[in-house]
Design a protein. Sequence first.
Length: 279
Amino acid sequence: MPVSRRMRALRRAAVVATVLAAAVGCGDSGGLRAAGETPTAISPARLWPELTPASSPAYELGEVDTEVVKGVAVPGDDIRKVDPVAVVRAEIAAHPEEYEGAKAPYRDTAGAMGKCGEGESGRRRPGCPVLKPYYRDLTGDGRADLTLGVRLMPEDLTGVRVYTVHKHRLVQVMAYDDALSGVELAGRSVIIRSPSEVAGYEYRLQWTWDPRQRAMLLTHDEMLPTGRKRPSQQHSPGAGPTSGPAPSRSPSAQSSQSAQSSQSAQSSQSAQSSPAGVP
């Protein structure tokens, strides 16, 4: 099962107010400016040393979830010969609770798969939810891996999947669902950018191949400025923290947490009477 955006909502809600309290837009007329004196280095201060270190995580985020794709062969161990449409159909078959039935969150995706043909030309038929595949060596074994996107409807999300070939089998080594503003491949990493509920900021997640776990691990999860102002919008439709320990493909909206985050952000903005000096 893929990591869901909602599994990080608890952490993100805490940083939203902090970011807004410290960052405001600054005018810049151009030209060189002195950066000022170099601040004195301050060693980190350890808080609450009397606490017993935790031995297990409080929430299961599914960082090392991998899944063998059943029913899809890899001729000659060449992933380019695998039909991406067949891969998505195998996922739908393996997770019917997400795709089939009137209450399934991605039921429209399953219905639209009938618009997909076989092979390169068929996949691009209008209305097919399977996006163009990309091939790059993300695992460092000298062979191409498959990065695949699929529109998840009616939630208006996009699923990002990464597949490799291991022991002659097709293996999913990364899965993430969200409302996306951009996806990039860089080195051994997949970089995903998603809208933030904070105006002028976005989330940036980086998944990097780990040879010990044989999976793409979430190595960076940041909120960064976009360099432009835009109306505040929710990170994803109906997004909110989940109370359960396991990640899920489907949205589990909790509007109360979203409301609390919004109120915290508004309070921080109203408290700023002058620029904080952060460009």
